[in-house]
Structures are given as C-alpha cells and as structure tokens.
Design a binder for this molecule. Structure first.
Ligand code: ADP
Ligand code: MG
Ligand code: MG
Length: 915
C-alpha cells in the first residue's frame, strides 16, 4: 500500500502504516489503533495526521504543510473504497469521527467529534440506509451538540451553569414527560436538532456548515487548536507534559452503538483498576453512542456476570431484579463477550500491561475503538506488577519499573477507624481508595479558594468534567452523583491518587444554595463530609482514621525492590512514634532527628527560655540541668524504637529567638511566669534580633558561643544510649553538628563532645560506639570537604539549606517569585522539591570526591526534603551516596526509587556494552 502523504498514517482492512511504538508521531490513540489494526482486530478504518502537523500548525499561523489537503482527500477515498460508502453522499453517507490524541493519554483533555459528515442532505441517506430514523436523528443531534461544543466553542457562560445543550435536552424530556434519552421520539430529536442550531446561530452567529468537507477541516483545525485550550494547558502543567509535543488527529469511520437493542458501547479493563484483580472489568450501555458510558447519562451495566452480581449486592438489588433489569454483557451479548475476552487477553499479552479499552457493538458485531495502558490505583499497580511476574509476562525488574514510586505513598495512608461511629448518609461507587474528611464545596473555584486558605475540601459535583481539574487537584477527595467506575471523576481521581466516591445516585446536589442532601441529612457548604473510597461510603461529619495495613503483594514487591537497590533508606523522625512508623515502612535507621522540636513542648519551653535568658554560663548550666533529663527521655524512646539501627541526632540548629515570643503582649504575659521583668525580657528579645536569621546565630555557631548547650545535649544522648546498652538494647547514636563550614568549628565542638563522652561512659562503665559527623549545608563545606572529612565520621547533605545557599535563594521568601521562574521556564522544577542536578548536585559531587579521598570510611547520606523525591533519590544513587533519609511515609517511595535507579544504571551499562 503506497503512502498517501508523509504525515498521514492509514489503518484498516487488517493493515496499518503506523505502529504502537510511534506514539510520538501518532499519539497514543492513533498508534494503538494502528497496532490493533495490524493485529487484525476489528478496527473501523481511518487515518492519523501526525503530531508534526500540530507543531507546523502552530508555527505557521494555523496552516498545514504542503499536500496535506490532497493526502486527506486520498485517505478518505481509501476508506470509502473499503466500506462502500461515500463521504457526503446523499444516498449512503460515510460518517467519521475526528479524534484527538497526544503521546500520553490526557483523559478528556482534548476533544472529539462524532458522526461528522451529517448534513440536512445526508441525513435522509442515513435514515434510508439504516431504516431507522430514530437512530439517524439521534446521531445528527449528537453531531450538532459535539460540533457546537468542540468546534464552535459554545460552552456554558458561567462555570456553575449547566451545559447549554444538555439543558435543552433536559427541558425537552421534562416537556415530554420522559426521563430517559431513549424515550425521546424522532420528532423530539428533530426538534432538538433545530433548537441546537438556533442556539448556535444566536450565540455563535453562524450555522453548522452544510458542506462535509468544511466540517472535516474545521474539526481537524479545532482538534489541533484544542492543544492550546485552557484545560489542556492546565493538565500539561500539572502532569509536567511539554507543550512542544502536540497532538495528533485521527479521522476514523463511524460504527454505531445506537442502532437498536443489538448495539452497545462500552469501556473495559483487562484487570480491575481499583484493586488489580485479574479478569475483565468494565461497563457498557446498550443502544448508546460514544461517551454515554463515561458521562453517566444512564446507569451503565457491568461486563461480566461476576462483577454484575457484586454490583447488585452493593446496591441492594436482588439477583432476580438484576438479571431482569441490569443484565450483563456476558448475559446479553454472550458471543461478543467471549470475543471481547479473547481480544482483551491478546492485547494484554501483546502490550504486557493492563489495558483500558473502548469498544462498540454494531448490530451484534464488536469493534475496537481504543486501547491504552490503564490507569490504576497504587494498590492495583502493585498487585498487577506482582501477578504479572507470576504469570511470566514480566520479570521482577520490569515489574519494579512499572510502579511510580510516589504512588506508593497512597497505600500507606490512613483508613477509617473501623471502631469509630459514623453516620453513613449514602453509598456510591468505591472509585478510588483512601479515607478523607473535608469541607463540602460545590465548584472547582470554591475548592481552590478554601484549600488555598489551608482547609481540607471535598469537591461535590453532579459529575466532573475537564473544567474541574484545578479543583480536583486541590481537593482531598471527590464525590459525584453520576457516572460509573470509568467516569471522568473516577479515572482522573485514580490518576491523581485521590480518594473518590462516584455515581452516588442518592445525593441531591443543589449548586445554587450550596448543599448536598441524602436520606434526610443535609450538608451545607463548609460543613464536614467524610468519604471512604474503599467502600464508597459517604459520611456526615468527621471520622477518626487508623493506619493502613499492607497487602502481601506489597510486601513481596518491596522485598524485590530491596534486593535491587544499593542505596540505604532512612527516615527523618523526631519522636518514638514516628520512628516506629518509619521502621514499619522499612526505614534502616534515622537520618535526621531534630532536637529543637523537643524543646517546644509546653513544659519544656519554660526551661529553654530560662536558658536563653541566662546572663552567664552558670545560670545557663542550671537551666540546662532541667532540660537534660527531659531530652534523655526522648532519646531513650527514639534509640529504643530504632534499636540495632543507627540514629543520627542533630544538635540544636535554629536561632534562639525562635523560642521567644514575638508580640508585645506575649512578652508582657511571659515575663512574670519565668521570674523576670518585662524590661529584661524585652531587652533580651531585642538583643536577639537578626537581619538575616538564616545566616545568623544558628547551627554550630550556637555551640561555639554557648558550649554548655551542645555539651548538655551530648550528655543527654550518651546517657540515654548508655542506659539502653546497660539494659542490653543496642543503641546506635550518631551525633550530628549542623551548619559546619570550617574544619576548626568541627574539631572544637567534637573535642568537647568526646570529653562529655568520656565522662558519661566512664561513669556508666559501658562500652559504646558512637560517631560524630556533620551536616554539609553551606557551600564552603563542600569545597573544603576533604579537610572536614579528615575529622568527621559521617556527612549528611542538608540539601534544604544547601539549595538555599547555593542559589542565594531564601526558602521562606521564594514563594513570591519562584513560580514565575518555573512558569517562564527559567527553572525546570522548584529546586526545593527536586534536587538541582547541575548546581547543588555539582557541589555535592565535588564534596563527595574530595571527602572520599580524605576518609575512606566516611558514611555519606542526605537528609533534606529531597530524600523522598524519586528523581532526587535517583540522582543520589548516581552520586554514590550511602543512603537517603526522608519522612516516614516516603520511605517505601525512596526504597522503590532507589531500586529503579539501580535497574536503570544496569540497563545503561548494558546498552553501553552493546554499542
Ligand atoms: P476521548 O479521548 O475523550 O476518550 P475518543 O476519541 O476516544 O475521546 O472518543 C470519545 C468516544 O467516542 C469514545 O467512547 C470512543 O470510543 C467513541 N468513538 C470515537 N470514534 C468512534 C468511531 N469512529 N465510531 C464509534 N465510536 C467512536
Ligand atoms: Mg472525551
Ligand atoms: Mg477514548
């Protein structure tokens, strides 16, 4: 088959010019349609115009490359020949869909037009050929609606307004006294078409073109144009998809699921996307077209009998009623069901991943319209990866690469406390797991406002659409009244790892007054709601949560990750509770225990303040004597929780004024309480004022000017460790000095700590190995790392401060302008979120090189926020660090990222060898 144009890829008649590996050019949809066609699966013929044309379109004032018009005409002619119908023919018209598709699936982001080619002339041909006027007019009605929306941009005027076309349909149904779309008659549909076109003429100022060619080119232009629409841009930004990629356009001949009761349309997964269980899982609607399943217009039916029975049970529907009113595809279309099973197994094996497929049944014949890698919850992702290894579809390393590290955090989040009292007001579909509580809000904008004020929100909508994305991003959870497990809300929430309860039909939502009610309970805007995305329960008020339990698949998966990784993973934890949580998540020690948090507790802060107010060393020692036993208790707890594993404890770091009141009235109230005068306290507060506290009297500088403070802390640590040792508990403290920039700082403080050590351990008569090391967080320390390493036993990169000081960028003030830097493309990422690979990591590389030469035994880790960011963890692997340390919930994330880094390194080496 000769190519018709270099930028057009034809498929159909069991052949295709594209392949699934060409998604950069054809978009995910076009590439996989081509692949399915060459696998000889039933795919309606069509062709894809490549993403390069999109790029050309934007660079050349919305025009097309040479010869594209003729290429499209020839491609249409090829389709006509295969199908025996003609585009624009008044007797037997060929209708097409114009579909968009980017490299990565962007659910609902881009727009598609169905039934294109219908005009006042061709409609009579369709009526005659189908001998089904109702079908013809239903198709025309949908075409006008989609063309009006996508091509002519007729949208609701306000965000809270309903869709103008849906409003006309609702009005028509009310007028005719029917509830279902299917109950509208041919005449009703004809009236609707007229009303739609009236509305378009009024609002847009012109009619839908009556020339099919014009329709086609306007639609193609609109799809390319939609790459730059607001919601597509927002989605790309959130998902870090480059603007340059562009979209492809696929023009495909229509098949019809709305020709009668022997027709249907549906979506299905090869495995359950919520829990990962193997077996076809999905929904369909008889006598319907395109997006009806997703849009939640009618309650969709289940594909398999097993799922149908489960569904009925959840909805308190008897088996008899279910079989009569809600038969599954397995029952209603048994042979199509068997074929779908076969195709689905074939596709999964071919792509070696769980597939999300769209299909249509036209007069009993199955057609495949899309297949792609299915989105899934974290739990499902892990289960599917583990199962596929057992099924020999993947090896362990491939399985480890299949799960996004950040997804794992979802698995660790709390569930509703099973013992807590809860007032369940309704039950919807368990669309995406987790348990969340928040204030009810009813629009995406409202969600952004309330979440911006720091309050958790639950976004409540009849159904969601791409316009709601910004609200979904900030919400804790999403609740919808309509739509199934594959509705927009469900799919997008799963992708975001957010809790979602969908299709909760019992809800009465009133956008106008801002209230949702169910079974007699009303929740107003701002009142609390709780969602359980695992059971689908909607609960009034707040409910207590408990920690998650981990599945056997998760344990197995993580053990594979641990076997792969070279990098150690520790946690940042300041309390015995956090230490225990971290250990349960697989932490191999504590990389950062901050001592100042222990100072803030109500009873202690008084002693701390006394210490700060002390006018000489003796007074200070007196106050410290009160603090030491309390700190010792803390350290006993943490060292015990981490028995047998190292615990890095950082000595006092923040400037002292952080422990004193700021407001005038607070100073007045505090003075008598701590036995001093207002004047004195005020004077001390003023004396501690600093122009630039981040670069001021903090970190080891406190230890240099007040040696008693660090000595007291060292005493507390070592006494705690000695006490535990004497009880046979293996305490392994590592004392860490913050903000070291000069070897002499380190040597001075380390000598004082060793002195304390000799006294404490001598007194207790125990042997205890403890180490002294430093954070590396000022650039100078990186440059003189060899000098410091000669004295220190470990380094821990404090990349929060190191980033701040390398960029000369105050973390506390940068929020105001950092966004502009990211938006304008100057910084690719916020360097406080993802370790800067060039500058900050460049300094780290210098430091590591120098330090390892000077001290072969030096242990090197990282304890900044970056330690839990997958890209940064991978960078740390490549830098040759010994371990990363991150917040407890991030520990599994870091374990997997570390494993992936090791696998990627091995792959690179192999590629290198192959060359
Ligand atoms: P989206 O990216 O929003 O899923 P699609 O291009 O996949 O958009 O199309 C939307 C719906 O229309 C899907 O349900 C799809 O299966 C259906 N559809 C698209 N093209 C055709 C066609 N040629 N015949 C029948 N249905 C189609
Ligand atoms: Mg869509
Ligand atoms: Mg689709």
């Amino acid at each position: 088959m000769a190519r018709l144009h270099p930028e057009i890829y034809f498929f159909g008649g069991n052949v295709a010019e594209g392949r699934s590996s060409m998604r950069d050019l054809l978009g995910g949809k076009g590439a996989n349609l081509a692949e399915m066609a060459s696998l000889k699966l039933p795919v309606p013929p069509g062709f894809t115009i490549s993403t390069q044309v999109c790029t050309y379109f934007y660079q050349h004032g919305s025009t097309y490359p040479k010869g594209l018009t003729q290429g499209v005409a020839k491609s249409i002619a090829r389709m006509e020949k295969l199908l025996g119908r003609k585009f624009g023919d008044r007797k037997n018209p060929l209708l097409v869909s114009v579909r968009s598709g980017a490299r990565v699936s962007m659910p609902g982001m881009m727009d598609t037009v169905l039934n294109l080619g219908l005009t006042d002339e061709t409609i009579s041909g369709l009526e005659a050929v189908s001998q089904n006027p109702r079908f013809a007019w239903d198709s025309y009605r949908r075409f006008c609606q989609m063309y009006g929306d996508v091509v002519l941009k007729l949208k609701p005027e306000n965000k809270t307004d309903p869709d103008p076309f849906e409003e006309l349909i609702d009005r028509k149904k009310a007028l005719k006294g029917v509830t279902q779309d299917l109950d509208l008659t041919v005449d009703d549909l004809k009236e609707l078409v007229a009303e739609f076109r009236d509305l378009i003429r009024r609002r847009v100022g012109r009619d839908i073109p009556q020339d099919p060619q014009k329709q086609l080119w306007e639609a193609i232009g609109a799809v390319f144009g939609s790459w730059q629409n607001e919601r597509a841009i927002a989605y790309r930004k959130f998902n870090k998809i480059p603007d340059e990629w562009g979209t492809a356009v696929t023009v495909q001949s229509m098949v019809f699921g709305n020709l009668g009761s022997d027709c249907a349309t549906g979506v299905s997964f090869t495995r359950d996307p919520a829990i990962g269980e193997k077996g076809i899982y999905g929904e369909f609607l008889p006598n319907a077209q395109g997006e009806d399943v997703v849009a939640g217009i009618r309650t969709p039916r289940q594909i398999s009998l097993a799922a149908g029975r489960k569904w009925a049970e959840r909805h308190d529907i008897s088996e008899k009623e279910r079989a009569k009113l809600h038969p599954t595809l397995e029952e209603a279309f048994p042979s199509v069901y068997r074929e779908l099973l076969k195709i689905s197994a074939r596709l999964e094996k071919h792509f070696r991943d769980m597939q999300d497929m769209e299909f249509t049944i036209e007069r009993g014949r199955l057609f495949m319209l899309q297949t792609r890698t299915g989105k899934r919850t974290a739990a499902a992702a892990v289960k599917i990866a583990v199962d596929m290894v057992q099924e020999r579809l993947l090896d362990k390393r491939q399985a480890l690469m299949r799960v996004e590290p950040v997804q794992l955090e979802q698995l660790l989040h709390p569930q509703l406390d099973p013992k807590a009292k809860k007032q369940v007001i309704a039950r919807g579909l368990p669309a995406s797991p987790g348990a969340v509580t928040g204030e009810a809000v009813f629009s995406a904008d409202e969600a952004v406002t309330v979440a911006g004020a720091g309050r958790p929100v639950i976004l409540v909508r009849l159904e969601t659409s791409p316009e709601d994305i910004h609200g979904m991003q900030v919400a804790e959870g999403i609740l919808t009244a309509r739509g199934g497990m594959t509705s927009h809300a469900a799919v997008v929430a799963r992708g975001m790892g957010k809790c979602c309860v969908a299709g909760c039909g019992d809800l009465n939502i009133d956008y106008g007054s801002g209230a949702v009610s169910a079974n007699g309970v009303v929740i107003h805007r701002g009142e609390y709601l709780t969602l359980d995305g695992t059971t689908g329960e909607v609960i009034a008020g707040r409910v207590a949560t408990v920690e998650a339990t981990m599945s056997p698949a998760f344990a197995k998966f993580m053990s594979w990750a641990d076997a792969e990784r070279r990098l150690g993973v520790r946690a940042n934890a300041d309390t015995p509770h956090d230490a225990k949580v971290a250990r349960d998540f697989g932490a191999e020690g504590i990389g950062l225990c901050r001592t100042e948090h222990m100072f803030f507790e109500a009873k202690r802060i008084e002693a701390v303040r006394q210490m700060i107010l002390a006018e000489n060393a003796e007074q200070r020692a007196l106050a410290l004597d009160k603090i030491v036993p309390m700190q010792r208790g803390d350290f006993v707890g943490i060292l015990k929780a981490m028995a047998g594993l190292p615990v890095t404890i950082r000595l006092l770091d923040p400037p002292l004024h952080e422990f004193l009141p700021k407001e005038e009235h607070e100073i007045r109230e505090l003075a008598p309480k701590i036995g001093t005068t207002y004047e004195h306290l005020k004077k001390v507060c003023e004396s501690l004022f600093e122009f630039n506290p981040m670069l001021g009297h903090r970190g080891c500088r406190l230890g240099i000017s007040y040696p008693e403070i660090y000595k007291a802390q060292a005493r507390a640590i070592l006494e705690a460790a000695a006490e535990l040792r004497s009880q046979g508990v293996e305490a392994m403290p590592e004392i860490m000095l913050p903000l070291i920039g000069d070897r002499k700082e380190f040597d001075t403080l380390a000598a004082e700590i060793r002195e304390v050590g000799r006294t404490v351990l001598g007194n207790n008569g125990v042997r205890l190995d403890y180490t002294i090391g430093t954070m590396i967080e000022v650039p100078r320390a990186c440059i003189v790392a060899d000098q410091i390493a000669a004295s220190a036993q470990f380094f821990s990169f404090g990349t929060n401060d190191l980033t701040q000081m390398t960029y000369g960028l105050s973390r506390d003030d940068s929020a105001k302008f950092l966004n502009a830097y990211v938006e304008r493309g100057i910084y690719k990422k916020d360097p406080f979120q993802e370790l800067d690979p060039d500058g900050v990591a460049g300094l780290m590389k210098i430091a590591i090189g120098l330090a390892r030469k000077a001290n072969k035994k030096l242990k090197i880790g990282i304890c900044g926020e970056h330690g839990g960011d997958p890209a940064s963890v991978k960078l740390c692997h490549r830098l040759g660090l010994d371990y990363v340390s991150c917040s407890p919930f991030r520990v599994p994330v870091a374990r997997l990222a570390a494993a992936q880094a090791a696998i990627e390194e091995r792959q690179k080496k192999r590629e290198f060898k192959d060359v």
